[in-house]
Every structure is written in structure tokens, then in C-alpha cells.
Design a protein around this ligand. Sequence first.
Ligand SMILES: Cc1ncc(COP(=O)(O)O)c(C=O)c1O
Length: 619
Amino acid sequence: MTILTPTSEAGGLDLGVLSQLAGELFATLPNGDPSPAFGGGRSLGQALPDMAATTPERELDLREAAVPQLEAAPAGQAHAAQAPRQGGVAQGVPQAYAAALPLPSDSAPPQAASPGPDAAAGYYFLQDAWITRADADSSADAGLSDLSDDRIGARADALPGAASLQAVLGQIFSSSPTRSSESQDGYYFVQTEQVHAHEARAGEPQLVERSIPGGFDVNAVRRDFPILAERVNGRPLVWLDNAATTHKPKAVIERLSYFYEHENSNIHRAAHELAARATDAYEGARDTVARFLGAASSEEIIFVRGATEGINLVAKSWGQQHVGEGDEIIVSHLEHHANIVPWQQLAAAKGAKLRVIPVDDTGQVLLDEYRKLLNPRTRLVAVTQVSNALGTITPIHEIVAMAKAAGARTLVDGAQSVSHLRVNLQALGADFFVFSGHKVFAPTGIGVVYGRREVLEQMPPWQGGGNMIADVTFERTLFNPPPARFEAGTGNIADAVGLGAALDYVQRIGLERIAKYEHDLLEYGLHGLRSIPGLRLIGTAAQRTSVMSFVLPGHRTEDIGRALNEAGIAVRSGHHCAQPILRRFGVEASVRPSLAFYNTCEEIDHLVAEVRRIARQSN
Ligand SMILES: Cc1ncc(COP(=O)(O)O)c(C=O)c1O
């Protein structure tokens, strides 16, 4: 589909006027405002000053970004995915936004039409958001056989709607692969887009360079996420809680429906058609994850519930086997509790020590201090790629390389990185990498452990049951090779398929394009927040993504979260399951707006205006 994007140079059209007209039109639609126009915010044209001035009329080819439909819509009803994407006027965040920032300090704060019943009363689940340090302190505590696998080689003959499914999945990878190395210099997002393509379950991945055509049309992207049209307390929903979880595009929602309508079955062993379809879908998703991460093989990809379960798997299997008395495990001060507690438990059980890489006052890890911690007793270095509380992007390539040089294994927590940065496990060289599907536009309850094949092959199972066995007698059990060895019982089949659809969706947009847009959006947001008197940003590292953690002295973080909710804005307030790093900055909790690629400048204006209003109120 080729769309002509109107600009001020195109037939005298003006972005600001267009945006205003569109806002008025959408405001007349019941609950149907895909392009929220906030009363107190600036118009899109104003928010994007550079676009009108510098963007020539251009053709935006959305074939790649479009969400293909699954089945023909009922007669007379246009399928949402077929709806023309015309009307999207925002084409990325302008480069010169900062210079053009008339901050919305004087604009009247938008009035909530009708605050929801729960807003004032407070939510029961926020009770721990303002805990005391004393409360927190009191709870601290700390013969494999490679039998060949007998799965049915499932290949469904003809799926109903197979052609349309093919269209859903799309042709993501181009041919003519060429190798290229990953740039480590400059901004993390200024890299040639690389796509990892490989023959499923065989051989080395091949990095395929793809061009990045066109810009980034945030309004087109937003229409892929139905929930973004919700209203909260009478206001358009502004979802700035993406570090907690992300919303799901239609491509994922429809893929799940398709699975339950056409493919649902248990997998691997039954000799019937639906088992073959479900097995193909599940194993296809594993292949997609392997490509997305640049793994050498799909057999290095284990499905789990999420990052937390993934880290526990590694601790319970590899850790039990390899960590002993006097050994050391290194984590960083930035870690989520999920990457602290399992190691603390393992260390307590084995008489090992947990060592912590300190951070500087911006929230970046200190590599020199890290170097001093490495020694021959270091068994594992487990570090996050992006901090969920501060947004810091850690120098993960250096961290992994230094650990390897010291003879230690490495685990990278990618829970906060996979939706913002391209991950290339071949370049990274980590032994383990974990992430959660729900933070990358996939369903909850599905996640991934990547493990290097030679490491996984030596690891014992961590759970026993069906699927992970090759042969069982009352005297002994022979285990399957990885990944089945680590997937005991019936897994989350449908949501694994949904994860595959989510990663395909992200690939179609392009991680480099996403990273660039989000970087500009983050700078725009930080600029706005910094201008609010008294506001203190928590974490100011030069390399960061998505997260804008802050406190406002005199205002409880929980109260700020509640006040923002009344204005339709969802942010996280509390300790973000990362208490050690917040305490490093002298706070027990922060307010944490966090961005995804479907957020806009207008939403940030709205956030900044509301926080400014709250800051003006005396407590
Ligand atoms: C950096 C990091 N690691 C691990 C986790 C745990 O993820 P999950 O709760 O999906 O298992 C999170 C969740 O917020 C996170 O941000």
C-alpha cells in the first residue's frame, strides 16, 4: 500500500491545521479517538516543527509495517487491518524538537470529564508502593543421554486459511545474505539494520543487511494496538507503563485466535492433523525467536513463563551443577529482583558469595570496579542489558567479554532490552540470555531462555515430567536433548505462537527504526521533565532507553501515580522490583513513565503538563 503523506508543502496543507481538524473529527466519535488531541497540549504540527519544514512530500510504503488480515472480514465490514492508513500525520519525532520546545507550562491542564470510581479511592495493589526501609530489610534471606528425540516430524498438509496465515506471517527475511559486523560505536541505534536469518535448526545464522525504507509513522503503528483507543477516567489512555508490560498488536491477538480456531492441540506426540499444526506453529515460533536473537540454532531456545522463570531455570540447573562453596557470582547494582534473588538463594545453599558491580552517580556500571571483582572463583556474571528502574543501557559487550576472559559463564537479562534494541547473540557471545514475551508485545506467561548449545547439552533438567523424557522405566529415565529436556509438561503453546507473531511484528517495523524514534521521544520527555521545578530524575546515564524515573520532593510517588491516572496516564510508581538501585540513589520508590514506540510527543506533553500541575500543588 502506498500512501501519500500530506505536508505543508503538499498543496498548501498545514500539519497543525490537519491535526486540529483530525482531532475535532475524532472528538465527535464515541470512544473512537485514535489520534488523541489533548486540551492543554500542543498540536501535532507544533510538536513536530521539523517535519513540516523539512519533510518533502514522500511516499511511505507500509507494506512491511501493515498487519495483514487473517481471514476475510464479514461482508460489509472492513477488516480493521485493511483500513487505509491515510491520515497519520506524525512521521517520527522531529530532530530539532528541543529548540522548538514551548513547554506546556502555561497551558491549562486538561480536565478529566468524569473521573473513574476507583481513581480517588486508591487501588488495593498499591499498598506496597510506599514501604519503609525497615519493612524491607526484615524480609531479606537469603548421567545425561543423547537419545535421539522421537517427536513426530509434524508438517501439516493444508491448513484451512493457510494462504492467509502465510500473509500474516509475511516474508520477513530477504535473500542474498551478507555478513557484517555490529558497530559498537556511537549511539546504540545508529547501526546498520541486521537481520539474523538461518535455516531453521541448522547451521550458522547469517546476518542480512536490510535497508530501512521510509520513516516511522506512529499513528499507523498506534492503529495496530486496539487498546490504545481506550479511555480512562474520560480521557484518552496514555500508556506509559511499558517497562511493566506492553500492549499487544492485532497481529498477535489475531494469531492467538487463529491458533485456537484452527490449530489447537497438544504438541509433539499425537499422530493427528491438529497435533501436527500445533507442533508446526510452536516450533515455528521457536525458529522465529532464534532468528530474532541471532541464535545459532533453534535448539538453543527454551520456552519458559518469563525472564524470572528463565533465571531460576539457569540457577537451578547450571547453578546447582557448577557453583560450589567459596565460588562467586557477580551481578550489578542495577538488577531487577529476578536477577538477584535466585543467585542469593543459590549462594546461600552452596556457601557461595554474591558480588555486586557498583554504579556511578548517573546509574552506569563501573567497569573498573567490575574488573577488580573478577577472579578465578567467579563462576557466573549475571547482568541486565537495560535497567528497568533507571533505563541505563549497560556496556554488555564489554561485561560479557571481560567475564569470558576471566573464565566465567555469563547470563544477560534482556527483559528490558529486546523491545528497544537489536540483540545479536552471535556478537554478544553470552552463555545465557533471558527475556519475557509480555514486554515485547507478546502475551504474558511466555518467555525465553537462550543457552549456548554446548552449555545446555551438559546441563541437567530442572523439572521432571512428560515431554522432557526420551525413555522411562521404574529404574531410570533417559532425558531428551535440549530444548525439550528443559520443557517438562505441556507448555504455553498458544502464547509461544503469539510470541512468534509479536517478534515478526517488531521485525517488520524494524528495531533500528524503533530505537531511533524512541531515543528522540525519550530526549523530548526528559527535556520536559527536567524543566519542572523540584523534579529529580533518578538515573541520568548517557546511554539509556525508555525509562524516565523521577521523584518530586513533597509528593509521594503513589499519589503522583494516582493523580496521573485521573488524567488517563498510566505510569508505574513504587520500587519497580529493583530496591537496591533505588536505595543507591537514596529513595525507596520513584515514578517511572516508560516509553514504547507507540507513544507520542502529545502524550509526553500531557504527562509533563500534569506533573507540572502536581508539582505546583503544595502538600
Ligand atoms: C530487567 C528485568 N528483569 C526481569 C524481570 C522479570 O520479568 P518477568 O516478571 O516477566 O518474569 C523484569 C520485569 O520487570 C525486568 O524488568
